[in-house]
Design a protein around this ligand. Sequence first.
Ligand SMILES: [Zn+2]
Length: 153
Amino acid sequence: MECPRCRRGDTRVVDSRPADDGAAVRRRRACQPCGYRFTTFERAEAPALVVRKRSGERVPFQLEKVVRGVRAACKGRPVDDAGVAAIAAAVEAQLRGTPGELSTEQVGLAVLDQLKRCDHVAYLRFASVYKGFADASDFARELELLEGTGSSH
Ligand SMILES: [Zn+2]
């Protein structure tokens, strides 16, 4: 590994021990040419996102499902495939930033969050399915909330 000080590649590990309750390995490294010592941490890549369903069952997060839901909500709207993919990617990024276990509700809310920023009609469509709007007054209420955001849509 490259030395952060002199940028030469010649460092060696002088000490290696478990860290973070075994979730990581902490290594002390020493640079041969300049003598600089520094620490590195090695840990496994971020695990797959897991969603806990209402039944309690844990399932892997499926981006494809989000893409399908977003595409359905954006049908006939000026959002192309690239736009749909971007919305789905933003949903995943938002979920990765969420601490703790994910619920199906959080996934739905993340989709709503992202749709709200892109297309209000698509947002309302998704919301009507997701939130189970009972009648038109629910739409009116949501619409008022949207108008309140100050967007020009
Ligand atoms: Zn060095």
